[in-house]
Design a protein around this ligand. Sequence first.
Ligand SMILES: Nc1ncnc2c1ncn2[C@@H]1O[C@H](COP(=O)(O)OP(=O)(O)OP(=O)(O)O)[C@@H](O)[C@H]1O
Ligand SMILES: [Mg+2]
Length: 235
Amino acid sequence: MNEPVLKIENLTKTFTLGKRKIQPLSNLDLEVKRGEFTAIMGPSGSGKTTLLNLIGCMDKPTDGRIVIDNMDIARLPESQLCKIRRDKIGFIFQNFNLLPYLNARENVELAMELAGKFKEQRKQRAKDLLATVGLSGREQHRPQHLSQGEQQRVAIARALANDPVLILADEPTGNLDAANKQEIVKLLADLNQKQGATILIVTHDEKVAAHTRRMLFLKDGKIIDEKQGSKSSPS
Ligand SMILES: Nc1ncnc2c1ncn2[C@@H]1O[C@H](COP(=O)(O)OP(=O)(O)OP(=O)(O)O)[C@@H](O)[C@H]1O
Ligand SMILES: [Mg+2]
Protein backbone atom coordinates (compact mmCIF):
# COMPACT_ATOMS: atom_id res chain seq x y z
CA MET A 1 0.00 0.00 0.00
CA ASN A 2 2.87 2.36 0.76
CA GLU A 3 4.88 1.73 -2.34
CA PRO A 4 4.99 4.77 -4.65
CA VAL A 5 3.63 4.05 -8.12
CA LEU A 6 4.62 7.52 -9.23
CA LYS A 7 7.48 9.69 -8.05
CA ILE A 8 8.13 13.06 -9.61
CA GLU A 9 11.13 15.18 -8.73
CA ASN A 10 11.99 18.69 -9.90
CA LEU A 11 9.73 18.42 -12.91
CA THR A 12 9.94 21.38 -15.26
CA LYS A 13 8.17 21.84 -18.58
CA THR A 14 8.86 24.80 -20.82
CA PHE A 15 7.04 25.42 -24.09
CA THR A 16 8.66 27.73 -26.60
CA LEU A 17 6.38 29.65 -28.93
CA GLY A 18 8.56 31.77 -31.18
CA LYS A 19 10.41 34.07 -28.80
CA ARG A 20 7.97 33.45 -25.98
CA LYS A 21 8.56 30.84 -23.33
CA ILE A 22 5.79 29.43 -21.18
CA GLN A 23 6.68 27.35 -18.17
CA PRO A 24 3.53 25.75 -16.75
CA LEU A 25 5.50 23.42 -14.47
CA SER A 26 8.62 24.41 -12.56
CA ASN A 27 10.46 22.15 -10.12
CA LEU A 28 7.34 20.24 -9.21
CA ASP A 29 7.55 17.31 -6.79
CA LEU A 30 4.83 14.70 -6.33
CA GLU A 31 4.49 11.20 -5.02
CA VAL A 32 1.50 8.92 -5.52
CA LYS A 33 1.27 5.66 -3.63
CA ARG A 34 -0.33 2.46 -4.81
CA GLY A 35 -4.05 2.47 -4.11
CA GLU A 36 -4.41 6.25 -3.76
CA PHE A 37 -7.28 8.23 -5.29
CA THR A 38 -5.93 11.75 -5.82
CA ALA A 39 -7.46 14.88 -7.34
CA ILE A 40 -5.42 17.63 -8.93
CA MET A 41 -7.14 21.00 -8.92
CA GLY A 42 -6.01 24.41 -10.06
CA PRO A 43 -6.99 27.37 -12.23
CA SER A 44 -7.26 27.10 -15.99
CA GLY A 45 -3.79 27.24 -17.52
CA SER A 46 -2.06 26.11 -14.31
CA GLY A 47 -0.53 23.09 -16.05
CA LYS A 48 -2.85 20.24 -14.99
CA THR A 49 -3.14 18.71 -18.46
CA THR A 50 0.56 19.32 -19.10
CA LEU A 51 1.34 17.37 -15.94
CA LEU A 52 -0.95 14.47 -16.87
CA ASN A 53 0.48 14.35 -20.39
CA LEU A 54 4.00 14.09 -18.99
CA ILE A 55 3.05 11.36 -16.54
CA GLY A 56 1.20 9.57 -19.34
CA CYS A 57 4.27 9.59 -21.60
CA MET A 58 2.50 11.75 -24.18
CA ASP A 59 5.12 14.47 -23.88
CA LYS A 60 8.65 14.78 -22.51
CA PRO A 61 9.79 16.97 -19.61
CA THR A 62 12.26 19.78 -20.05
CA ASP A 63 13.90 18.77 -16.81
CA GLY A 64 13.38 16.52 -13.81
CA ARG A 65 12.51 12.90 -13.08
CA ILE A 66 9.28 10.94 -13.49
CA VAL A 67 9.46 7.43 -12.06
CA ILE A 68 6.53 5.11 -12.80
CA ASP A 69 6.53 1.68 -11.22
CA ASN A 70 10.26 2.03 -10.53
CA MET A 71 11.15 3.10 -14.06
CA ASP A 72 12.48 6.58 -14.86
CA ILE A 73 10.57 7.56 -17.97
CA ALA A 74 11.84 11.11 -18.43
CA ARG A 75 14.60 10.24 -20.88
CA LEU A 76 13.30 7.08 -22.53
CA PRO A 77 13.07 6.84 -26.32
CA GLU A 78 9.63 6.97 -27.94
CA SER A 79 9.52 3.20 -28.58
CA GLN A 80 9.83 2.48 -24.85
CA LEU A 81 7.45 5.28 -23.88
CA CYS A 82 4.89 3.70 -26.16
CA LYS A 83 5.10 0.42 -24.25
CA ILE A 84 4.78 2.12 -20.87
CA ARG A 85 1.80 4.11 -22.11
CA ARG A 86 0.18 0.89 -23.31
CA ASP A 87 1.04 -1.44 -20.40
CA LYS A 88 1.21 0.74 -17.30
CA ILE A 89 -1.18 3.65 -17.84
CA GLY A 90 -4.93 3.86 -18.36
CA PHE A 91 -6.29 7.12 -19.76
CA ILE A 92 -9.72 8.65 -19.37
CA PHE A 93 -10.40 11.85 -21.29
CA GLN A 94 -13.02 14.58 -21.05
CA ASN A 95 -14.36 13.81 -24.53
CA PHE A 96 -14.18 9.99 -24.10
CA ASN A 97 -12.04 9.47 -27.27
CA LEU A 98 -13.81 6.27 -28.31
CA LEU A 99 -13.42 5.07 -31.89
CA PRO A 100 -16.82 5.75 -33.51
CA TYR A 101 -16.77 2.80 -35.92
CA LEU A 102 -16.09 0.23 -33.17
CA ASN A 103 -18.73 -0.98 -30.74
CA ALA A 104 -18.26 -0.81 -26.96
CA ARG A 105 -16.65 -4.26 -26.72
CA GLU A 106 -14.34 -3.63 -29.66
CA ASN A 107 -13.22 -0.30 -28.21
CA VAL A 108 -12.20 -2.09 -25.01
CA GLU A 109 -10.68 -5.02 -26.91
CA LEU A 110 -8.54 -2.80 -29.09
CA ALA A 111 -6.42 -1.71 -26.12
CA MET A 112 -5.73 -5.38 -25.36
CA GLU A 113 -5.08 -6.24 -28.99
CA LEU A 114 -2.38 -3.57 -29.10
CA ALA A 115 -0.86 -5.20 -26.01
CA GLY A 116 -0.77 -8.59 -27.78
CA LYS A 117 -3.52 -10.40 -25.83
CA PHE A 118 -5.22 -13.35 -27.53
CA LYS A 119 -8.65 -12.99 -29.11
CA GLU A 120 -10.65 -15.24 -26.77
CA GLN A 121 -9.04 -13.75 -23.67
CA ARG A 122 -9.71 -10.24 -25.00
CA LYS A 123 -13.33 -10.91 -25.73
CA GLN A 124 -14.07 -12.33 -22.31
CA ARG A 125 -12.17 -9.62 -20.45
CA ALA A 126 -13.86 -6.85 -22.44
CA LYS A 127 -17.24 -8.38 -21.57
CA ASP A 128 -16.28 -8.63 -17.89
CA LEU A 129 -14.96 -5.06 -17.80
CA LEU A 130 -18.11 -3.70 -19.41
CA ALA A 131 -20.09 -5.54 -16.75
CA THR A 132 -17.88 -3.99 -14.05
CA VAL A 133 -18.75 -0.50 -15.30
CA GLY A 134 -22.46 -1.36 -15.50
CA LEU A 135 -22.79 -1.87 -19.25
CA SER A 136 -23.79 -5.52 -19.56
CA GLY A 137 -25.96 -5.93 -22.64
CA ARG A 138 -24.51 -2.83 -24.31
CA GLU A 139 -21.43 -4.54 -25.74
CA GLN A 140 -22.60 -4.23 -29.35
CA HIS A 141 -23.53 -0.55 -29.19
CA ARG A 142 -21.41 1.96 -31.04
CA PRO A 143 -20.55 5.20 -29.21
CA GLN A 144 -23.22 7.24 -31.03
CA HIS A 145 -25.87 4.89 -29.64
CA LEU A 146 -24.71 5.32 -26.08
CA SER A 147 -25.38 8.23 -23.74
CA GLN A 148 -22.49 10.48 -22.71
CA GLY A 149 -22.28 8.79 -19.32
CA GLU A 150 -22.30 5.35 -20.96
CA GLN A 151 -19.55 6.41 -23.35
CA GLN A 152 -17.42 7.46 -20.43
CA ARG A 153 -18.07 4.07 -18.81
CA VAL A 154 -16.75 2.37 -21.94
CA ALA A 155 -13.69 4.62 -21.77
CA ILE A 156 -13.20 3.59 -18.13
CA ALA A 157 -13.46 -0.10 -19.08
CA ARG A 158 -10.89 0.54 -21.81
CA ALA A 159 -8.59 2.30 -19.34
CA LEU A 160 -8.70 -0.80 -17.11
CA ALA A 161 -8.13 -3.26 -19.96
CA ASN A 162 -4.41 -3.88 -19.53
CA ASP A 163 -4.51 -3.74 -15.75
CA PRO A 164 -2.56 -0.45 -15.51
CA VAL A 165 -0.59 0.58 -12.42
CA LEU A 166 -1.94 4.10 -12.76
CA ILE A 167 -5.14 5.56 -14.18
CA LEU A 168 -5.01 9.17 -15.37
CA ALA A 169 -8.27 11.04 -15.87
CA ASP A 170 -8.29 14.59 -17.26
CA GLU A 171 -11.62 16.26 -16.43
CA PRO A 172 -13.48 12.96 -16.95
CA THR A 173 -16.77 14.51 -15.86
CA GLY A 174 -16.31 17.80 -17.72
CA ASN A 175 -18.78 16.91 -20.49
CA LEU A 176 -21.38 15.25 -18.30
CA ASP A 177 -24.58 16.48 -16.67
CA ALA A 178 -24.89 16.50 -12.90
CA ALA A 179 -26.41 13.01 -12.58
CA ASN A 180 -23.86 11.35 -14.88
CA LYS A 181 -21.06 13.26 -13.20
CA GLN A 182 -22.02 11.74 -9.86
CA GLU A 183 -22.29 8.25 -11.33
CA ILE A 184 -18.90 8.41 -13.03
CA VAL A 185 -17.09 9.72 -9.99
CA LYS A 186 -18.78 7.08 -7.83
CA LEU A 187 -17.65 4.42 -10.28
CA LEU A 188 -14.07 5.68 -10.06
CA ALA A 189 -14.26 5.76 -6.26
CA ASP A 190 -15.57 2.19 -6.33
CA LEU A 191 -12.76 1.00 -8.58
CA ASN A 192 -10.34 2.58 -6.15
CA GLN A 193 -11.94 1.13 -3.02
CA LYS A 194 -12.90 -2.32 -4.23
CA GLN A 195 -10.19 -3.08 -6.76
CA GLY A 196 -7.41 -0.91 -5.38
CA ALA A 197 -7.02 1.08 -8.61
CA THR A 198 -4.59 3.98 -8.30
CA ILE A 199 -6.28 7.01 -9.84
CA LEU A 200 -5.09 10.54 -10.52
CA ILE A 201 -7.93 12.78 -11.60
CA VAL A 202 -7.83 16.38 -12.80
CA THR A 203 -11.00 18.30 -12.06
CA HIS A 204 -12.33 21.82 -11.63
CA ASP A 205 -15.25 20.50 -9.70
CA GLU A 206 -15.05 20.44 -5.92
CA LYS A 207 -17.94 17.99 -5.71
CA VAL A 208 -15.96 15.56 -7.85
CA ALA A 209 -12.76 16.12 -5.90
CA ALA A 210 -14.65 15.49 -2.67
CA HIS A 211 -14.93 11.82 -3.65
CA THR A 212 -11.18 11.40 -3.63
CA ARG A 213 -8.98 10.82 -0.63
CA ARG A 214 -6.38 13.45 -1.41
CA MET A 215 -6.63 16.84 -3.11
CA LEU A 216 -3.65 18.66 -4.55
CA PHE A 217 -3.69 22.28 -5.71
CA LEU A 218 -1.51 23.33 -8.59
CA LYS A 219 -0.45 26.95 -9.03
CA ASP A 220 2.55 28.78 -10.44
CA GLY A 221 4.05 25.53 -11.66
CA LYS A 222 3.99 23.74 -8.33
CA ILE A 223 1.74 21.93 -5.92
CA ILE A 224 0.97 24.68 -3.44
CA ASP A 225 -1.44 22.92 -1.12
CA GLU A 226 -2.70 19.49 -0.16
CA LYS A 227 -5.85 18.44 1.68
CA GLN A 228 -7.24 15.11 2.70
CA GLY A 229 -10.47 14.33 0.89
CA SER A 230 -13.60 13.63 2.89
CA LYS A 231 -13.47 9.99 1.73
CA SER A 232 -10.12 9.43 3.37
CA SER A 233 -9.94 6.17 5.17
CA PRO A 234 -7.51 5.27 7.93
CA SER A 235 -6.07 2.38 5.84
N1 LIG B 1 1.81 22.26 -26.62
C1 LIG B 1 1.85 23.46 -26.05
N2 LIG B 1 2.56 24.47 -26.61
C2 LIG B 1 2.62 25.67 -26.02
N3 LIG B 1 2.01 26.00 -24.87
C3 LIG B 1 1.29 25.05 -24.28
C4 LIG B 1 1.15 23.74 -24.84
N4 LIG B 1 0.37 22.99 -24.01
C5 LIG B 1 0.01 23.81 -23.01
N5 LIG B 1 0.57 25.05 -23.15
C6 LIG B 1 0.43 26.18 -22.22
O1 LIG B 1 0.78 25.73 -20.94
C7 LIG B 1 -0.09 26.28 -19.94
C8 LIG B 1 -0.75 25.17 -19.17
O2 LIG B 1 -1.68 24.50 -20.00
P1 LIG B 1 -2.54 23.25 -19.51
O3 LIG B 1 -3.33 22.81 -20.68
O4 LIG B 1 -1.65 22.27 -18.88
O5 LIG B 1 -3.47 23.92 -18.40
P2 LIG B 1 -4.67 23.29 -17.57
O6 LIG B 1 -4.37 23.52 -16.12
O7 LIG B 1 -4.92 21.90 -18.01
O8 LIG B 1 -5.88 24.24 -17.98
P3 LIG B 1 -7.44 23.88 -18.15
O9 LIG B 1 -8.00 23.83 -16.75
O10 LIG B 1 -7.99 25.05 -18.93
O11 LIG B 1 -7.57 22.58 -18.88
C9 LIG B 1 -1.05 27.18 -20.69
O12 LIG B 1 -0.56 28.49 -20.61
C10 LIG B 1 -1.00 26.66 -22.10
O13 LIG B 1 -1.27 27.68 -23.03
MG1 LIG C 1 -6.50 20.93 -18.95
